[in-house]
Design a protein around this ligand. Structure first.
Ligand SMILES: NC(=O)C1=CN([C@@H]2O[C@H](COP(=O)(O)OP(=O)(O)OC[C@H]3O[C@@H](n4cnc5c(N)ncnc54)[C@H](OP(=O)(O)O)[C@@H]3O)[C@@H](O)[C@H]2O)[C@@H](O)CC1
Ligand SMILES: Nc1ncnc2c1ncn2[C@@H]1O[C@H](COP(=O)(O)OP(=O)(O)O)[C@@H](O)[C@H]1O
Ligand SMILES: [K+]
Length: 507
């Protein structure tokens, strides 16, 4: 467990902080330490001599900001302070007095403020619990309109620490320095527009205090490279053979959606899976063969509409011959019997795309509980609503936990901050991604990739949610790298498959 993986709510952070103070760390010393780290970061980014406006709130977030103001003042920056509150917490007030005595310009009114090059936002941190109202709300909107780089301390002022909801209005930061541990709100989609680039400032919270509050194994975590390295089947054992490295069956594609099958296959190829079989309608078999020469392409009888009508597996093969099955991309809803057949099998199974739509129409979600082996569902928001119309979607983390507990499956809810839950409510959130991935076919790539990883590791001692998290992380890192080199408009799903291997090489 690394600190980068941990996510806390404001109540948990308050408890952890309480333990540190109870153990003897003076509050003022901790503020000094934290704000010192922030000042150091700022000095790397902001050129010497520039003008920095510091926004100061009534609590300790404001106290942090005042220490930053003092440090930048001594390091040769031009600094002014905006502090519109009548009453400040005691420690914050002391720092405010000192800043004034140092001759730093302090303002209470907006219309008197001089210009500046950068802003530091220390209005509110994890202590904000109610809506921001005027005049502070108008001031926040005013600063947003300046279009200057804004560095938010802990989190952009105005965001709810846990839900990421905007409480009235919020600072639109270009950078957020999250203090100590990641706050849950920073991983919620509704907060993303406000956060900018987010970095964790580690200020040496003892692990014992973290575990005392969150338990030995925290329930909600961020996916990091560590998770991925622990899960991928690397290095391979020196003596192995193709069937020992997993045999994945993809069931995908139709005459109408042949490309979905190719993309799923290319995703699976990148996973390193030992054997790849792909069941498709007979009429698109030649196309698949030409794109994936290493795969065994199984041409199946098809419906009049060009969907698979029956799984016709090679002789002496049945579904139990495979280590894992991934079913769904491009199937169309005419492949209903196939989805019923795989659900009734005892093979580890990923259901995506049309397999989820078929599942929703069958109304047999609850029967998934009866499966004897792993089930993974990978819906996007629309598919999630069709599958789980009664689950409240306000908090995506709670929604995905409920879905997993209702189905006994590991559920991955796609989006800008993909969330994954196992049936016991253990959650992984994918902390980084790119809107470049919001394109048709990128989900197909994910399904193939995940299937390939699953087939390789499912018989070893791994948690299935870690496998799903590994696939989600790898997929979005490839998207991020591709977007960096080709812009956010340059990441079509085929291109994405070409970047997957680069991520492993760079790890
Ligand atoms: N945890 C740690 O280890 C460390 C934490 N540190 C820092 O402390 C920060 C948390 O500090 P905090 O608890 O003082 O709360 P913070 O967010 O500054 O402000 C809350 C204040 O705002 C007020 N208020 C609330 N809502 C309001 C509204 N709508 N409109 C107007 N006012 C409103 C409320 O007062 P009230 O009006 O409720 O009496 C309260 O006084 C944290 O984010 C981090 O930066 C570091 O220094 C050291 C390490
Ligand atoms: N705004 C976004 N930011 C980051 N990732 C995104 C965004 N929108 C979509 N994605 C990712 O792109 C993929 C889209 O999958 P999906 O909707 O199933 O596409 P398709 O079915 O066309 O293949 C998912 O992995 C999702 O998490
Ligand atoms: K803030």
């Amino acid at each position: 467990m690394t600190k980068e993986q941990i996510i806390v709510t404001s109540a948990q952070m308050r408890d952890i902080e309480g333990r540190i103070f109870a153990a003897g760390m003076p509050v003022a010393a901790l503020m000094e330490k934290v704000a010192g780290l922030i000042s150091d970061r700022l000095q790397v980014i902001i050129p010497k001599g520039r003008c920095v406006g510091i926004l100061v709130g009534p609590g300790h977030n404001g106290g942090d900001a005042l220490v930053v103001a003092r440090e930048l003042h001594f390091r040769g920056y031009q600094v002014w302070i905006y502090q519109p509150f009548a009453k400040l917490k005691e420690l914050t007030n002391q720092h405010f007095q000192y800043a004034q005595n140092l001759g730093i310009s302090c303002f209470q009114e907006l219309d008197k403020l001089p210009n500046c090059d950068f802003l530091v936002d220390g209005l509110f941190g994890f202590g904000l619990e109610r809506e921001i109202t005027d005049p502070i709300a108008s001031a926040i909107n005013h600063f947003n309109d300046w279009n200057k780089p804004i560095f938010s301390i802990d989190l952009p002022s105005g965001l709810h620490t846990d839900t990421g909801e905007v409480l009235g209005t919020a600072i639109r930061a270009t950078h957020t320095f999250c203090l100590g541990l990641w706050k849950q709100g920073l991983l919620q989609e509704q907060a993303l527009e406000y956060i900018g680039q987010a970095k964790l400032i580690d200020f040496d919270i003892p692990l014992a205090d973290i575990h005392a509050v969150l338990g030995e194994v925290p329930k909600i975590k961020r996916i990091t490279k560590t998770t991925v390295i622990q899960t991928l089947p690397l290095p391979r054992p020196p003596v192995t053979h193709k069937y020992k490295a997993g045999h994945l069956l993809l069931i995908c594609g139709s005459e109408r959606y042949a490309g979905g099958a190719i993309l799923t296959g290319l995703g699976a190829r990148s996973s390193g899976v030992g054997m790849l079989s792909i069941a498709v309608p007979e009429s698109i078999k030649p196309l698949l063969v030409s794109h994936l020469p290493e795969a065994l392409i199984i041409g199946c009888p098809e419906t009049e509409t060009g969907a698979i009508s029956q799984l016709k597996l090679p002789e002496r093969t049945d579904l139990s011959s495979f280590t894992a099955i991934a079913c769904g991309p491009g199937l169309t809803k005419d492949a209903t019997p196939i989805v019923e057949q795989v659900i009734n099998s005892e093979v580890p199974l990923i259901l995506d795309a049309d397999a989820l739509n078929i599942l929703a129409e069958l109304g047999t979600i609850s029967t998934l509980q009866k499966r004897q082996n792993t089930t993974i569902l990978t819906p996007h928001t629309g598919e999630f609503h069709r599958l789980f119309p009664d689950i409240d979607f306000q908090d995506r983390v709670k929604a995905v936990q409920t879905a997993a507990s209702q189905t006994g499956a590991v559920v991955l809810l796609k989006g800008a901050r993909t969330a994954i839950s196992n049936p016991q409510g253990v959650v992984w959130i994918n902390p980084e991604s790119t809107p470049a991935l919001a394109r048709g076919g990128s989900g197909d790539v994910l399904t193939g990739l995940m299937g390939g990883i699953l087939a390789q590791v499912v018989n070893k001692q791994v948690n299935i949610e870690n496998v799903v998290a590994t696939a989600a992380w790898w997929h979005s890192q490839a998207g991020i790298l591709a977007a960096k080199e080709r812009t956010e408009l340059g990441v079509d799903a085929f291109t994405l498959t070409q970047y997957l291997m680069r991520i492993l090489c760079d790890m």
